[in-house]
Write a protein that binds this ligand. Structure first.
Ligand SMILES: Cc1cc2nc3c(=O)[nH]c(=O)nc-3n(C[C@H](O)[C@H](O)[C@H](O)COP(=O)(O)OP(=O)(O)OC[C@H]3O[C@@H](n4cnc5c(N)ncnc54)[C@H](O)[C@@H]3O)c2cc1C
Length: 556
């Protein structure tokens, strides 16, 4: 791996790091983002996808609520194509919820959140699936769905167009120092183990739940408490809007409509480190039971997969734990606090407030570098080129409906029917060196994230590895098996009813029609090299023996 140099190294390719990279690029500061996995492969890609109106925090965490209000409005302006304006409802179902209502209404008023009480009849007219338990309904128009993958990729691509660089699957494993001054980072390619150096003037630690571990490489402390949350994805959308319980934030009290699916969540449990995220059956059951208090159809819809993420809650030294801890963020200037020049950490927050977090930390780093250019991320749209496709994510009709008598180009075959992904949507990513495997293509295009969980598109994506990347058939088959394996890791937690039947179809397709298992075995016969592959998705022999804990890769 060749050594290189830059002005600022940004560690972490989640929403925070991506926002930081773009902010630096817009201020004209040369920067490289280093991410040990893929973009959005950490907490950001495992979040719930709610663009918070602030209603959830307006009683207990006013500052967090105000930030959500302001940032939500900015994101609707600058990142239009990543937001679906679903609106949201806060619903009371118990006497306890009922008692929370005046505090909620007052909290909304104090923090500037638009909120309107509507009648049950009106609410049921708008959302027929609201359960019979629902007693009171508040309409909060500024809740929305935020696609975390598009948000991160959109920020990074906007920065790259301005000269920033990105290194995915590259881990920061150490730092270079000249006395108290940071002069660079030591990096390792996570796939090849090649090592290298990046010389720089400044490093921004945007590694979320990993911030403490990264800071420790320098011998300084950043107190982050990793708090796990589990979510369950249903294969269809039960409501138009986000449905929140009107009560003190608790487990399983939000259902987010994520494009064509519904996402139930979430739990809150401290974990020893951000890499170990076991999903318990009890959590899955609780999500379904709690979701069913608000919406009919939760128990009968197909639970498609479960996944978990870990909140990077910053420990301000308070006694608060888990949900009681602030969703606010902290910028740590290590020059001031620890006497290390050129190192800054940004911890806590939410996807909704990523832009503000980036602005605050870049203000500190820029000042140290002597750059006085102000932040422009609240004004310059993410998609500042003329790319109509970016605007079409939520308009499937434009993508897919043939109009034989109009001037529209003829309907093209889709690559992933579930998520309406066309071949030309994936094509550019096969040319991007930062995209290293099919999981990386999935995060950028949503291929394989729909109801069939890659049963069909995995084969087409593997074919593109041959046509676009020049892989041989055996390597492409292996890559396809690895891709299916990561889908399987999320599916195995909801293995009953129609999802079980669905997976039997997938298994039959790949094992009996495509003979994938036989192909993989043939690769390992004498003369064809390699060790025996790990068990393939759906073989019924468990989740494989990847070096990574199975649950860690259990993303939606
Ligand atoms: C269950 C759950 C649900 C949530 N739901 C919502 C929601 O609905 N709405 C909302 O606004 N927020 C939500 N959040 C909060 C939000 O997801 C996080 O606050 C946010 O994603 C954190 O982003 P980040 O970039 O700071 O961290 P991450 O996304 O975790 O990014 C940090 C990155 O650093 C990388 N990294 C770590 N160490 C190294 C290293 N040594 N070298 C290189 N790279 C490294 C990691 O691989 C990771 O990708 C949720 C969080 C959880 C856990």
């Amino acid at each position: 791996m060749p050594d290189t140099s830059t002005g600022v190294v940004v560690i972490g390719g989640g929403s925070t790091g991506a926002g930081v990279l773009r902010d630096l690029a817009l201020r004209g500061i040369d920067a490289v983002l280093v991410e040990k996995g893929d973009l959005a492969s950490g907490t950001t890609g495992r979040s719930h996808g709610l663009l918070h109106s602030g209603g959830r925090y307006c009683v207990n965490d006013e500052q967090a609520a105000i930030e959500c209000v302001e940032e939500g409005r900015i994101l609707r302006r600058i990142a239009r194509s990543t937001v679906e304006d679903t609106g949201g409802y806060f619903v009371s179902v118990t006497e306890e919820d009922h008692e929370w209502e005046p505090r909620f209404v007052e909290g909304c008023r104090r923090t500037g959140i638009t909120c309107e009480r509507i009648s049950l009849d009106e609410a049921r007219r708008r959302e027929p699936a609201l359960s019979r338990h629902v007693r009171t309904v508040f309409w909060v128009p500024e809740d929305g769905h935020l696609d975390p993958f598009y948000l991160v990729v959109g920020n990074v691509e906007s920065a790259r167009r301005r000269g920033a660089r990105v290194m995915t699957h590259t881990e920061v494993i150490g730092f270079l120092r000249d006395g108290d001054r940071l002069t660079g980072v030591r990096i390792r390619d996570s796939k090849t183990n090649d090592e290298g150096l990046i010389a720089c003037q400044s490093v921004i630690n945007a590694t979320g739940a990993w911030s403490g571990l990264v800071a420790r490489l320098l011998g300084v402390e950043v107190k982050v408490v990793p708090v796990k949350g589990t979510m369950v994805v249903l294969s269809r959308r039960l409501a138009h809007a986000a449905i929140n319980r009107c009560h003190k934030p608790g487990d399983g009290d939000i259902v987010v409509p994520g494009l064509s699916v519904s996402i139930l969540g979430t739990t809150s449990a401290k974990v020893p480190n951000p890499e170990t995220l076991p999903i318990e059956w009890d959590e899955v059951r609780r999500m379904i039971e709690e979701g069913a208090m608000m919406l009919d159809g939760v128990t009968t819809a197909r639970a498609m997969r479960a996944y978990a993420g870990v909140r990077p809650l910053y420990d301000l030294g308070a006694e608060a734990e888990g949900r009681e801890m602030s969703r606010n963020f902290a910028v740590i200037d290590h020059q001031q606090r620890d006497g290390i020049t050129g190192f800054t950490s940004i911890v806590g927050g939410k996807v909704t407030t990523y832009r503000l977090m980036a602005e605050r930390v870049v203000d500190v780093a820029a000042r140290q570098l002597g750059v006085s250019t102000p932040c422009r991320t609240a004004e310059v749209p993410l998609n500042d080129r003329d790319e109509p496709l970016d605007q079409l994510r939520h308009r499937p009709s434009v993508l897919g409906v043939p109009k034989p008598h109009g001037d529209e180009p003829p309907l093209q075959p889709l690559l992933c029917e579930c998520e309406l992904v066309r071949p030309q949507d994936v094509a550019p990513w096969f040319k991007d060196p930062a995209v290293r495997d099919l999981e990386d293509v999935r995060r950028r295009t949503r291929s394989g994230m729909g109801p069939c969980q890659a049963a069909i598109c995995s084969y087409r994506l593997a074919a593109r590895l041959v046509s676009d990347r020049g892989l041989d058939g055996a390597s492409a088959t292996r890559a396809m098996a690895d891709f299916l394996e990561t889908r399987w890791r999320g599916v195995r937690h909801v293995f009953w009813g129609s999802q079980l039947r669905n997976m039997q179809v997938t298994t039959g397709l790949h094992m009996e029609l495509y003979n994938v298992d036989r192909e993989l075995m043939l690769q390992h016969l004498p003369g064809r090299g390699g060790n025996l592959p790990p068990p393939l998705a759906g073989e019924g022999r468990g989740g494989g023996d990847s070096a990574e804990p199975a649950e860690v890769a259990a993303q939606r």
